[in-house]
Design a binder for this molecule. Structure first.
Ligand SMILES: Cc1cc2nc3c(=O)[nH]c(=O)nc-3n(C[C@H](O)[C@H](O)[C@H](O)COP(=O)(O)OP(=O)(O)OC[C@H]3O[C@@H](n4cnc5c(N)ncnc54)[C@H](O)[C@@H]3O)c2cc1C
Length: 393
């Protein structure tokens, strides 16, 4: 049995642990934090994510806490008018064979983690910050902070946006700061008046800013995210933000989105980062995956979905009892890099060219989308949702 080391126990790392263990290997997940946990609020999962979760055997557990929203609404945040609506029931379900849902991150993470804990071949180690790796003979030797070393047949760098494995493998510097600040809040649904309890994912687009909200946690909470292109130049991760600052920043929005924001509490802010796509994710028996390989802005709501697709794809490539890791990792890159690069670029373009535009450009956007039928709208999202989770063919 081969032994695969995974740096990072986020959604990508533990999904990969599960996929690789199901292919018959011993897995050691090295997580720098003292606990395996996922912070943050809601997450949208497209049909491609549910296809991957099915392959990992955890889709039912994730579905249990999910909210199956009935549509994706794009609204004009200045006038308050609807621009387009993609229904997520009926034809959508039939076309993709899977639902679109919103879940609490913890619910998704717990489903994956519980499944990992049921495998005796998965070791979950905390307080294990990966610093460096080296190829020694047919092994990869990983140095942890504090001086310990861990050996395995291969290493997967699933250590996120500021990946130590990537820093060594590519040496391509810091992530790209988008200059966009996001403010996030989760509120109990009962704190909202009945007319604001919308059962959809709704995005209010306005010049240089947008607001997204959707129900999570079985419909008991509302996830609020308000993003502004404020040319932010500093790294900010989960900093508490003043309610008045949030309300002032979005004061130009129409009455309804402002009403949603007025209910926000305990706001926290992040400055969003991504990277330009790269084609090189491997170094012999070492490979990058998830945000470590292809970090993207969240505007297509696909970062975690892509990490789940990665996990399934890698698990399938490692199905042989004694895989040629270097070749499997090259093949993994061939299969995954083009699609994820497309989503990275799409995510940037959605912010720049669709959500944050103003004046005549916004009017053209509204007019172009208003003429689209449901079928036309589905064609727009086909490439996101139709891709098989593990296209190893
Ligand atoms: C505001 C926001 C909203 C989003 N919304 C969506 C959405 O709706 N849908 C969607 O699909 N995606 C969404 N995403 C993207 C999604 O959250 C990420 O793409 C996904 O979580 C990436 O998972 P990962 O496991 O690759 O990385 P991470 O989640 O960053 O996990 C990396 C793990 O590695 C650990 N680690 C880091 N360095 C080391 C080290 N040196 N040694 C050991 N461990 C280490 C970290 O502690 C962490 O546990 C959103 C992102 C943001 C910021």
């Amino acid at each position: 049995m081969s032994s695969v080391l995974i740096a990072g126990g986020g959604i990508g790392g533990i999904a990969t642990a599960l996929a690789v263990a199901r292919s018959g290997h011993h897995v050691v997940v090295l997580e720098r934090e003292p606990r395996f946990t996922e912070l943050g609020a809601g997450i949208q999962l497209g049909p491609n994510a549910f296809r991957a979760l099915d392959r990992l055997g955890v889709a039912d557990a994730v579905r249990a806490g999910a909210v199956f929203v009935d549509g994706l609404n794009l609204m004009d945040g200045v006038t308050g008018a609807g621009i387009a609506r993609l229904p997520l029931t009926g034809e959508f379900r039939e076309r993709y064979g899977q639902p679109y849902a919103v879940v609490h991150r913890v619910d998704l993470y717990t489903a994956l983690l519980d499944a990992c804990r049921e495998h005796d071949t998965i070791e979950l180690r905390t307080d294990s910050r990966v610093e460096r790796y080296a190829h020694v003979g047919d092994e990869v030797v990983v140095d942890l902070a504090g001086g310990a070393t861990v050996r395995g047949d291969a290493l997967v760098g699933a250590d996120g946006l500021r990946s130590a494995v990537r820093a060594q493998l590519l040496d391509d510097g810091e992530p790209v700061l988008s200059g966009h600040t996001i403010y996030r809040s989760v509120i109990p649904i009962e704190s909202l008046p009945a007319d604001l309890r919308w059962h959809s994912v709704t995005l209010w687009a306005a010049p240089l800013r947008h607001v997204v909200h959707y129900p999570i946690a079985g419909g008991r909470s509302l996830n609020l995210a308000a993003t502004v292109d404020d040319r932010a130049v500093d790294v900010v991760v989960g900093r508490p933000a003043d309610r008045d600052l949030v309300l002032d920043t979005f004061a130009s929005l129409a009455a309804v989105p402002r009403r949603f924001l007025e209910h926000g509490r305990d706001w926290r802010s992040w400055v969003l980062c991504d990277r330009d796509p790269v084609r090189r994710w491997t170094d012999g028996r070492v490979v990058l995956l998830g945000d470590a390989a292809h970090p993207m802005l969240q505007y297509a709501a696909q970062g975690a979905c892509a990490a789940l697709e990665d996990a399934v794809c890698l698990g399938e490539l490692l199905a042989p009892a004694e895989p040629d890791f270097a070749r499997a990792f090259e093949r993994f890159t061939d299969l995954r890099a083009e699609r994820t690069a497309w989503v990275q670029r799409l995510s940037r373009a959605l912010g720049r060219d669709v959500y944050h535009v103003a004046g005549a450009v916004a009017e053209r956007r509204n007019a172009a989308l208003a003429t689209r039928t449901d079928a036309n709208l589905l064609e727009l999202v086909d490439h996101l949702y139709l891709e098989p989770a593990a296209s190893t063919r």
